[in-house]
Design a protein around this ligand. Structure first.
Ligand code: XUL
Ligand code: CO
Length: 436
């Protein structure tokens, strides 16, 4: 079989002193941290769309990146070569998982049935490559946002015929995700939103979006797909406003439409910042509400207001993120999927290795620091101290609804002004830095 990443050997852990840029300094897959290996904690996944299909085009210019597996004028031959290259990459990098959209792996044909036949060919190939390499599918998904038929949305489209098309595509994508043993299935509502209220029936669109998800839940049961369903929040882009704005609005939506038992969140760092939150806020909200599922690990740029999908490099953020994830019980079906692409000037094949190695090392460092913080109970002790009043008599009376407004008023008349305490933010920031 052709080798696409020639000259690159499997990436090994060499420790923090190595100067080899094609080695891990911190990610040591078999090293045990808090009772599990780093590989089991972090569950790294490579995404197909950015890593193999993104060729550097942006709003102002076309492709800059030339790939040796993208070399055939025959679309199916290119799809086959791309998949061989992808599994070579997963294996050399040493990740255990991958993620894909249906349209990433097989090109669309003139009809849905023809497209599905093409997809089946590539799915059989992926099945064999998964068996040969041991690489597993973290999640599958549908691209129901790129084709012009979806310009006004998929589930939220004003036309029931487009809704039906999206449903058919999701049906097939769920089948192939099951066929490949996928541990999850993601819904990212790429165009499930609006550009102008002047042409939008918002209530109808929200109801229809829920209907599509309810049908997906029914079909999941019908085919016996055991994977976890996820919603991936994003506030805008491509539409002006997306209904899955952030974890909070998704949580409300799932409750309203009785879908909460069936979905968890796939939190993407860059989507969090677009929503005016930070990554850790979204993670903490999900943990607090029992809906953290998986993570799209990437970052935006402080000065650019769009979804730049850059590889994560911020050790501070990765530490706090891993702390929140570990405190939330860690990943079960989910993992850290690098929904990120190299910059358009990073045109060499080796650049996608550098990008992933750096990102994996960042999260490995984050994991190790977070584990030490958990062992030493640094934040836990400080937080317990801050809320300790709630363990006392007054606190437990309030929490157990033993008192109402009148009793609380009498309490204050009797005891007077509450004593105040420092929030200790600066001290805690210093402590966090000590662990990084
Ligand atoms: C888009 C995005 C998607 C989803 C999957 O911003 O993040 O790639 O992760 O459809
Ligand atoms: Co994403």
């Amino acid at each position: 079989m052709a080798e696409y990443f020639q000259g690159i050997k499997p990436i090994k852990y060499e420790g923090s002193d190595t100067r080899n840029p094609l080695a891990f300094k911190h990610y040591n897959p078999d090293e045990v941290v808090l009772g599990k290996t780093m590989a089991e904690h972090l569950r790294f996944a490579v995404c197909y769309w950015h890593t193999f299909k993104n060729l550097g085009a942006d709003q102002f210019g076309g492709n800059t990146i030339i790939r040796n597996y993208n070399a055939s004028s025959d679309a199916m031959e290119t799809a086959n070569m791309t998949m061989d290259a992808a599994f070579e990459f997963f294996t050399k990098l040493g990740v255990n998982f991958w993620c894909f959209h249906d349209r990433d792996i097989a090109p669309e044909a003139d009809s849905l049935s023809e497209t599905n036949k093409r997809l089946d060919k590539l799915v059989q190939k992926a099945k064999k490559l998964q068996a040969d390499t041991g690489v597993k599918l973290l999640w599958g998904t549908t691209n129901a946002f790129s084709h012009r038929r979806f310009m006004a949305g998929a589930g939220t489209n004003p036309s029931p015929k487009v809704f039906a098309y999206a449903a058919s595509q999701i049906k097939k994508a769920m089948e192939i995700t099951k066929e490949l043993g996928g541990q999850g299935y993601v819904f990212w509502g790429g165009r499930e939103g609006y550009d102008t209220l002047l042409n939008t029936d918002m209530k109808k669109e929200l109801d229809h979006m829920a209907l599509l998800l309810q049908m997906a839940v029914d079909y999941k049961k019908k085919i016996g797909f055991k994977g976890q369903l996820y919603i991936e929040p994003k506030p805008k882009e491509p539409t002006k406003h997306q209904y899955d704005f952030d974890a909070g609005s998704c949580f409300a939506f799932l409750q309203k439409y009785n879908l909460l038992d069936h979905f968890k969140m796939n939190v993407e760092a860059n989507h969090a910042t677009l929503a005016g939150h930070d990554f850790c806020h979204e993670l903490a909200f999900c943990v607090a509400n029992g809906i953290l599922g998986s993570v799209d690990a990437n970052r935006g740029d402080m000065l650019l207001g769009w979804d730049t999908d850059q590889f994560p490099t911020n050790i501070y953020e990765a530490t706090l993120a891993m702390y929140i994830i570990l405190k939330g019980g860690g990943f079960t079906t989910g993992g850290l999927n690098f929904d990120a692409h190299v910059r358009r000037q990073s045109i060499d094949h080796v650049d996608i290795f550098y990008a992933h190695i750096g990102a994996m090392d960042v999260f490995a460092r984050g994991l190790k620091s977070a584990a030490r913080m958990i062992k030493d109970k640094v934040l836990e002790n400080a937080i317990n101290e801050r809320y300790k009043g709630w363990a006392g008599e007054l606190g437990s009376k309030i929490e157990n609804r033993k008192v109402g407004f009148e009793e609380l008023e009498s309490y204050i008349f009797e005891h007077g002004e509450p004593e105040l305490q420092s929030g200790r933010q600066e001290l805690l920031e210093n402590l966090l830095n000590d662990y990084i």
